[in-house]
Design a protein around this ligand. Structure first.
Ligand code: 5AD
Ligand code: SF4
Length: 459
């Protein structure tokens, strides 16, 4: 750790909301600040600096952050020197407006400006408000070695791309996280090797759209022009293979895949390596082609069904999960039924399900009316959730009686006498402790289950 006398000894409280990418970014932030002498604390009342890494994807994500800020307000009243900052997507969306709306804030920083944090902190400590919401075309934090926060010491996230070029009409991410950039594969492999040496046994490669990963020397993807550059480039299947080859005992997962970009080449690499987990998160959003068009998703129902068929053909045992939005602009009952019918067809193992929430500046906000009544959105969501619960339960039951290779993550939440870990398909498996330890692989015969967890014994 590099000591810096001006700030050493100070305590940082860092709280994260939203997607895995945000949690991964917080590890970058922790790394930048610990190298300046900060230590982290889990108790915000004793912190000198309180940072909230925020999410802007739906309105309720933002309201949760605003509510949380009220708790920090009390700390600031008692200890006026406490520096309070907001990071991430909500900071990027609201920019300096955020300082006017929430008077307790000292710092507002967007997702591409974390290298500037030490300087922004100095500015805040001298009593000035500090803002940096500049988005970058190059920043990937490739050289920063993340400080693993709340880690189980077994699985870790590695960011491989930042930003998103897709412009789905409902989504605020292209505005808050900027243009898509891929990170140098060598730095990704080096990070994975380092984690393996430290005892980690699973890495999850993160990006808004991992399938669109493309490295040809840095910068924006659309600037990769020459044939020579293209020939020398590394795409997602290439990267996946590089990581899979590090060690057979290092598992690889990734998220999120995009239906319009997911190639058979990727599926074939997955099938080829036992240590690439057989699990794909493939957000569908809607099962109706007209709605998908309005959402600007770049595929229709048939294309999506074909991708699902390819997964099932190439990896019959692959777990599949999805994201679904209910009540998007102008969605009819019949179109909602299409979503339910698609769910029946695919039988997802798991799903994240949301009511449509209109976001400022997005294409949908500018072009379409948010015209589905709240109660209708809610009822449709309930129907989706209920159907998914049935499917999840069926899927878990179908895994009983089979043997699963499980990477042990630690002690089970419910009992000290049991351990838990996930199988390749990402289902949690619980079993008696015996002599086994965290970070080891065991073969577990699943003997029973709850709705989402398998219970078994090591064989
Ligand atoms: N309203 C509801 N859900 C949304 N998502 C993204 N934007 C919105 C929105 N405006 C969902 C999508 C996406 C997931 C991360 O969040 O399903 O895949
Ligand atoms: Fe948002 Fe679509 Fe990009 Fe996902 S792919 S982050 S939903 S714009």
């Amino acid at each position: 750790m590099i000591e810096n006398t001006s700030s050493s000894g100070k305590k940082l409280f860092l709280e994260s909301y939203g997607c895995q990418m945000n949690f991964s970014d917080s590890e970058i932030v922790a790394s930048i600040l610990t190298s300046k002498g900060y230590s982290t604390t889990k108790n915000f009342e004793e912190a000198d600096v309180i940072f909230v890494n925020t999410c802007a994807i739906r309105e309720n994500a933002e309201s949760r952050v605003r509510q949380r800020l009220q708790d920090f307000k009390k700390v600031k009243q008692k200890k006026p020197d406490t520096v309070i900052g907001v990071l991430g997507c909500m900071a990027e969306r609201l920019k300096s407006q955020f300082l006017e709306q929430e008077k307790l804030l000292d710092i507002v920083v967007g997702p591409d400006a974390y290298r500037d944090l030490p300087q922004l902190l100095e500015q805040a400590e001298s009593g000035q408000k500090a803002v940096n919401v500049i988005l970058s075309r190059e920043e990937t934090y490739a050289d920063i070695s993340p400080v693993r926060i709340d880690s189980n010491g077994v699985s870790a996230f590695i960011s491989i791309t930042r930003g998103c070029d897709n412009m789905c009409s409902f989504c605020v991410v292209p505005f808050t996280r900027g243009r898509e950039r891929s990170r140098n594969p060598e730095s990704i492999v080096a990070e994975a090797c380092d984690l393996f040496e430290k005892g980690y046994r699973e890495v999850t490669l993160l990006g808004q759209n991992v399938d669109s990963y493309l490295w040809a020397g840095g910068g924006l993807k659309k600037e990769i022009l020459t044939e020579q550059q293209k020939a020398a480039s590394v795409n997602f299947s290439g990267l996946l293979e590089m990581i899979a080859l590090i060690h057979p005992d290092l598992r690889v997962r990734f998220s999120t895949s995009h239906p319009k970009d997911m190639t058979n080449e990727v599926l074939e690499v997955m099938a080829k390596y036992d240590n690439i987990c057989k699990y794909i998160h493939l957000p569908v959003q809607s099962g109706n082609s007209r709605i998908l068009e309005l959402m600007n998703r770049g595929y229709n129902r048939e294309w999506y069904s074909d991708r699902i068929a390819a997964i099932k053909r190439i990896m019959p045992d692959c777990g599949i999960s999805t994201d679904i939005i209910s009540g998007f602009c102008s969605e009819t009952e019949e179109e909602h039924q299409d979503t339910l019918r698609l769910m029946e067809q695919v039988q997802y193992d798991f799903a994240y399900m949301f009511m449509y929430s209109e976001r400022p500046k997005t294409l949908a906000e500018r072009k379409y009316k948010d015209d589905i009544a709240e109660e209708v959105k809610k009822r449709r969501l309930q129907e989706i959730v209920q159907l998914q619960q049935q499917h999840s339960a069926l899927k878990t039951k179908a895994a009983v009686g089979k043997v699963h290779r499980v990477l042990i993550e630690g002690v089970s939440k419910k009992s000290e006498a049991q351990l838990c870990g996930r199988n390749s398909q990402n289902t949690m498996v619980v079993f008696d402790k015996g002599q086994y330890k965290k970070g080891e692989y065991v073969n577990v015969l699943a003997e029973s289950c709850t709705a989402t967890t398998l219970i078994g014994r090591v064989i």
